[in-house]
Design a protein around this ligand. Structure first.
Ligand code: F0G
Length: 476
């Protein structure tokens, strides 16, 4: 069979109905949600690109696995199946299941970080940094500068800058660095991969100084896909073997299985070091559950074990990244400013360039998520100043270079026609940016504020629904 398209290696067996809404209904819904797409009810959403986390469609094999759940409190056979799958595909020695990725981050942070420590990483992730700080550490960004430039076409924008890392080691001393957290396909940079060469060099430098490296393996399979297609010497290698090689350089990983592993809930901590594993097993019982279920049902672990095996199938990952690229390329062709190159799990719109008339204090990315929802029922996520939060020292709002709207594509859920609906709506707004008004924050939660913050139309600004009817964008 000649392969030209990224078309899906599966067909649809069951459908989930979506409620179609009117513009008036969406205007009311977003106002009620405080202009925060996290606070919308999902039944008011047509195409849900809020996240790729826990939103994937499971396969018939996974659903069959759910029926094989062994719900014993201790020693469930599904735990052993999961352990075997993690060992086969990630290669680590010890598995500690957790309810999701942040459960693993919590354990690792509590086990390794002492107050005053510095924890380097290739760009922050919200929950990862939160747990590091809660344990008394300070996150230090050591990603290459190119990662902060949305237009830069560097093929591996997730790479660690070894000069920055060396400077940190010189400044604080290796003994104040409990580990380096290495994220694959860096989420906040736009789903940008690390090269194998950089992973190798970063781990070598850390190990030279006795610093362990823990992978955030949440999207490591997608990273392996980019290594195969962009890095010299990997074109003929299987995704599975590249994934194993990535992990082989590191000392363990935290994992949100809700992404690559194609399940709706689940995660794990995996480590090679025997004593650390022992301590993790002691701690997991306090926060998650016994070390053979970690907050999960037996059936969830079975679905995860099967999902891990499916996630490294070549045709699966090709179609997954192919669909993301299809949407990204449509936007690029229409001149929409998006993070380049297109990432693995979503298309990231450069909202600061998209809406130059909205000052950063009025949260352009947040404003665009609200306007996009009103236009077409598409739900996206802010990944800019609201997500980054306040500076830990000054307490002032921090304005990161990347002010992005993330269109995150769930795995195996939407069709090419859905991608076209999204593209048409974004392109229409891009042609009429003046119809998007800035927002001000009227309620700010203490932790991870982006989840529950509420907004109002900025004083002097108007949201589109407040425009006279004749000036509005016309859709359905
Ligand atoms: N690390 C990365 C890179 C992530 O993207 C996430 C979650 C986590 C850790 C935490 O895992 O949600 O299972 O506790 N990212 C989701 C997202 C929430 O939408 O990007 P979790």
């Amino acid at each position: 069979m000649t392969r030209r398209s990224w078309a899906e290696p599966y067909k649809i067996k069951m459908v989930e109905h979506l409620r179609m809404t009117t513009r008036e209904q969406r205007e009311a819904a977003i106002a009620e949600a405080g202009y925060n797409t996290f606070l919308l009810r999902s039944e008011d959403v047509y195409i849900d690109l809020l996240t790729d986390s826990g939103t994937s469609a499971m396969s018939d094999r996974q659903w069959a696995g759910m029926m094989l759940g062994d719900e014993a409190y201790a020693g469930s056979r599904n735990y052993y199946n999961l352990e075997a799958a993690v060992h086969e595909h990630y290669g680590y020695k010890h598995l500690i299941p957790t309810h999701q990725g942040r459960g693993a981050e919590h354990l690792l942070s509590q086990l390794c970080i002492k107050p005053g420590d510095s924890v380097p990483g290739n760009m922050y992730f919200t929950t990862t940094r939160h747990h590091q700080e809660a344990a008394g550490g300070t996150f230090v960004d050591v990603i290459i500068d190119e990662a902060h430039d949305p237009a830069c076409e560097h093929p591996f924008k997730g790479n660690v800058d070894l000069t920055k890392l060396t400077a940190l080691i010189d400044r604080v001393g290796a003994e104040r660095i409990p580990y380096l957290s290495l994220e694959t396909n860096v989420n906040m940079a736009g789903g940008q991969p690390c090269s194998m060469e950089n992973i190798c060099a970063t781990c070598a430098l850390c190990h030279e100084h006795g610093i362990p490296v823990f992978l955030d393996a949440t999207r490591a399979v997608e990273n392996a896909y980019f290594i195969k297609h962009r890095e010299v010497g990997f074109a003929d290698r299987s995704i599975a073997s590249i994934l194993l090689e990535i992990c082989s350089h590191t000392d363990g990983c935290t994992m949100s299985a809700k992404k690559d592993s194609l399940v709706n809930i689940g995660g794990f901590l995996a480590v090679n070091h025997d004593e650390l594993a022992e301590r993790a097993r002691n701690l997991v019982v306090v926060y998650e559950g016994l070390h053979t279920y970690g907050g999960l049902a037996g059936r969830d672990m079975e679905a995860m074990a099967i999902g891990i095996a499916e996630s490294v199938e070549e045709d699966h990952i090709r179609a997954r990244v192919g669909q993301v690229h299809y949407l990204g390329q449509r936007l690029i062709d229409a001149g929409v400013p998006v993070v380049r190159p297109i990432g693995g799990h979503g298309v990231f719109i450069d909202a600061a360039a998209f809406l130059p008339h909205i000052p950063r204090e009025q949260f352009p990315a947040q404003s665009l998520t609200a306007a996009l929802y009103v236009d077409s029922g598409v739900r996206s996520m802010e990944r800019g100043a609201v997500s980054v939060g306040r500076d830990a020292v000054t307490g002032q709002n921090a304005y990161p270079e990347l002010e992005l709207v993330r269109l995150t594509i769930p795995r195996r859920v939407y069709t090419q026609a859905h991608m076209d609906v999204v593209a048409e709506s974004v392109i229409d707004l891009h042609e009429h940016p003046e119809r998007v008004d800035g927002l001000e924050m009227v309620y700010e939660p203490q932790h991870l504020r982006f989840f529950q913050a509420r907004f109002a139309v900025a004083t002097g600004g108007r949201l589109e629904h407040q425009l006279p009817k004749s000036e509005r964008v016309s859709t359905n």
